[in-house]
Design a binder for this molecule. Sequence first.
Ligand code: CUV
Ligand code: SF4
Length: 643
Amino acid sequence: MDKTIDRTATANPGDVELTRKAAEDHVELVADRLRKMMPECGFGELGTCCVMCYMGPCRIDPFGQGTRAGVCGATPDVIVARNFLRSATGGASSHAGHARELAILLLEIAEGRAPGYRIREEGKLLSLAEKLGVPVDGRPVDAVAADVARKAFEDFGRQDGEPMNWIRARASRMEYEKWEKLGLLVSNPHNEIETAMHRTSMGNDADPLNLWVATLRMGMVDNFAGLMMATDLADVIFGIPTPKVVTANYSVLKEGEVNIACHGHNPILASKVAEWADRLEGEAKAAGAGRVNVVGICCIGNELVMRYGIPYAGHEAQTELFLVTGAIDAMVVDMQCILPSLPAIAKCYKTRFITTVPFVRHPEAIHVDFRPEAADERAQEIVRHAIAAYKERKAAGIRPRIPDVSSRLLTGISVESLVSVLSTVDAKDPLKPVIDAIAAGDILGAVGMVGCPNPKLRDGAMSEKMAEGLLRNNVLIVTTGCVNHILAQGGFLTSDATEKYAGPRLKKVLTAIGQAAGLGGPLPPVLHMGSCVDNSRIYDLLAALAGKLGVEVSQLPVAGSAPEFITEKAISIGSFFLAAGILVHLAPAPRVFGSPFAVSLLTEKLPGLNGGKVLVAATPDAAVSGILAHLREKRQALGLPQA
Ligand code: CUV
Ligand code: SF4
């Protein structure tokens, strides 16, 4: 292990402490492997490496050195467009899979085949049903639920070319018409995914523009067959998030308790593990532990904290470090963002690493075949694994080291809960105070900070510094995904943060709302709206604001930022926000710079077409000033004062 390099620059002292412990314990971390990988491949970074067929691999220097096209004749513009579309397809597939599992669960609940689950939000089910054209009057809830699930399956099987049910039901008229004009009304997510894979394989689509339109369409798949469907159905089954104040960071792990870390994405598994953790407290006590303590990592942490207030552990770049604490008895995962390095590290500390999904396995993991029909049995099995591990680990003399770092955060901001908070200010027209504040310039604009924690940018505290810069300039921030773990650990989701970071005009607005809502302090300047799939909540909020103003979403002074993105899911989410006509800031740089066509499309042509635009900026200062310039431009176009 290379000990000469200082890996201690991140803002979280817990990360520093555990990184040292990892070195002492001879555990290799993401940051170590990243360093060994340097320099990363320049062709890959530019997007001009192609492995689509076996005449290659081909790599093309965009600066005119060497060959100008792949063996097949594909130009850098074609290669970049194909590669990018495949990334967006990977992301959209993940989100569509997530949503489809929830649709299956809803049908199972309706038909009595998933006794461990129930419908918690009848009101949301009925309003969703009405939007989908499912009759509700006088019908039993289960019958309505079954039909709502069937509407989802209809989308996944549709061959008539008509727009998805979920788009027709959930897009506003104005946004729908915009997408209709642009040819972005997708019909069947699976067909779109199939066609994307087909057209990008060797010897098919060689028109860069056609390929980029397919990427925007993949963004539509991501939002409507993924994010929005998943959020709608998860709220129906697991509840609409409500505001609550909870604890985050390493200190959520408890010595003397059985610690279970849930990691992954879909609440189907983790909600059950959390339930059985409570119900098996007696067995934990018999094993000499206080209780079973469930904490949430990554996006499942977001799902669990938003709805149930379950302790909010940390983000993806900390998953290895959480194991290095030696305090976790079982890490239970479902899907997405599970580093393949984890099971070996778990072994070092006799932590049981449990996979649960048939297509997310690891040779060194324990596999529990989790299915909704047998959810209660399987969840008990998982919790008992953790209790057994607790005894074993105690006997083996494993000494945990839990960094004494903790922070508080306000979480649980759904559109519904935000509206109810704001209705304390204006009961008749809850969104009016926000719109007035934006119009007056007290809120300059809003930015959705979303996505992952990238070790390439973590040492520079990219997300924290960007948040600081935006807040000082009176920009309101909403967050989802792992960025929210970062910002929570940095103390940005508290009333104190409003005092500390918000510009004077933003502070005034947030203080007034906090007072009216009886929060005992200002509303935090960063609002936690959930997991990656909950980006649909951000979009719903924007659509509601735009609707009230009578403008398109693309005209609002807002932007999206994935300041440290890692996954293909961030690419597909970003593609949706581009389709919606919103500025998307990305760091690290997306792999498009090998294609002059792509650069001009994403930074010059698309803005003129629908407002969508990509901003690439890898330093906080450049990102903040680029975003501020954009917000000011949008304000000017609407005739709003510059503040
Ligand atoms: Ni979906 S995608 S790392 S933000 S969960 Fe965290 Fe969460 Fe993964 Fe990125
Ligand atoms: Fe090379 Fe063309 Fe094959 Fe890609 S598809 S590997 S560019 S020959």
